[in-house]
Design a protein around this ligand. Structure first.
Ligand code: NAD
Ligand code: WQD
Length: 340
């Protein structure tokens, strides 16, 4: 198959691109490099031993999109699009909501419009566990109530609603929505991983920098939550498991889907780890110290989040195979490489 990935040089897109190439598919990558580096392309090619078709540009530029689709379709039909491109930092979205509405929502509208023009109607969309109502009990099931609490989450939910309306009006569209939980880890080669730059907001990238001595002690945001050790519990999923989840979703979407359209799947492990458990696992796996201190709760955080994985297991025949130690080991290896 030939698959086009928007945001394909980003953290999750690059790992998915590797999986697709390793399974023998053709890939076309679009990225404007606003949150990734061109060296990721070289590293994907190094890992897979084959070239990827890469177009630098913005999904909000319809002329650019049309040109890429037409040029690539002349060679071979594009079977599906996986849409990763977007902004994803919750705190930034609170500061600059218009940027988030513009890039995530307007960008998706531009992509959908050009896909419709070019008769490509198979789409996988990157959504997030952040769309769920934090008041719902865990594990979150796909049909649980949604109530995003920040502009980033709102963009994901609005796009989900748009995709529902699109599929209802035009059943020739074939859409899968994947709600990721907390992606972590890196490619086992150490060449590809998450490189947020500056001071990371997310737990794993911060732990990596604190353990390397590049940042001061990790602030553990609250130890008075109603969890076993008082710190927040999340469903961390290895980014390579997540990438394989896309392969499974693609297969089900293109070969044997049911009536539901869009079909929504949680991609998570189904179990949670607390912040202190992650620190301990990181220290043990890598034989390093993670300096930390207990700090106040972070605004907007919740005590628990983890996925119900039943639907993905049953319909995608997919489940995670890597654990928390793999995530700790692989992110540490990536952190040592300094090749990106
Ligand atoms: P990322 O920032 O690493 O990757 C996104 C890529 O899209 C980047 O390479 C960026 O340069 C590109 N991009 C952004 N806007 C673009 C535009 N207008 N045109 C072209 N390229 C553009 O993020 P990621 O972690 O790989 O996330 C991928 C998707 O998954 C995002 O939509 C994100 O919201 C979603 N998601 C991520 C997480 C997470 O914790 N990483 C969790 C849930 C959902
Ligand atoms: C995990 C746990 C923190 C940093 C976010 C987005 C979500 C999704 C994934 C995109 C929490 C604690 C963290 C630190 C800490 N992204 N923590 N000190 O908040 O679950 O989810 O990323 O879709 O939408 O909201 O992930 O990694 O920020 O936090 O104690 O310096 O680690 O309180 O319990 P989160 P996270």
């Amino acid at each position: 198959m030939k698959i086009l990935l928007t945001g394909g040089l980003g953290y999750i897109g690059s790992h998915t691109c590797i999986c697709l190439k390793e399974a023998g598919h053709d890939t076309v990558v679009i990225d404007n490099l606003c949150n990734s580096k061109i060296s990721v392309k070289d590293n994907i090619e190094k890992i897979t031993g084959s070239e990827i078709a890469f177009y630098e540009g913005d999904i909000r530029d319809r002329g650019f999109l049309r040109d890429v689709f037409q040029r690539e379709q002349r060679k071979q039909k594009i079977d599906a699009v996986i849409h990763f491109a977007g902004h994803k930092a919750v705190a930034d979205s609170v500061e600059e909501p218009i940027d988030y509405f513009e890039n995530n929502i307007a960008g998706t509208i531009d992509l959908l419009a050009v896909m419709e023009e070019e008769n490509i109607r198979n789409l996988i969309f990157s959504s997030s566990a952040t769309v769920y109502d934090p008041k719902s009990p865990v594990p979150y099931k796909e049909n649980d109530p949604k109530s995003p609490v920040n502009p980033y989450g709102e963009t994901k939910y609005i796009i989900e609603r748009m995709l529902c309306s699109l599929a209802a009006s035009k059943p020739s569209w074939n859409i899968v929505i994947l709600r990721y939980f907390n992606p972590a880890g890196a490619h086992k080669s150490g060449l590809i991983g998450e490189d947020p730059g500056g001071i990371p907001n997310n737990l794993f990238p911060y732990i990596l920098k604190a353990a390397k001595g590049e940042l001061p002690a990790l602030s553990v945001f609250g130890n008075d939550y109603p969890t076993p050790d008082g710190t927040g519990v999340r469903d961390y999923i290895h980014v390579s498991d997540l990438a394989e989840g896309h392969m499974a979703a693609l297969k089900t979407m293109l070969t044997g889907r049911g009536e539901e359209n869009p079909t929504v799947y949680n991609l998570g492990t189904g179990r949670g780890y607390s912040v202190l458990e992650i620190i301990e696992a990181f220290e043990k796996t890598n034989n390093v110290k993670v300096p930390y201190m207990i700090a106040a709760r972070r605004a907007g955080d919740i005590a628990w989040s983890f996925a119900s994985t039943e639907k993905a297991k049953k319909e995608l025949h997919w489940e995670t195979t890597r654990g928390i130690y793999d995530m700790c080991r692989d992110i540490w290896r990536f952190g040592q490489e300094d090749l990106v």
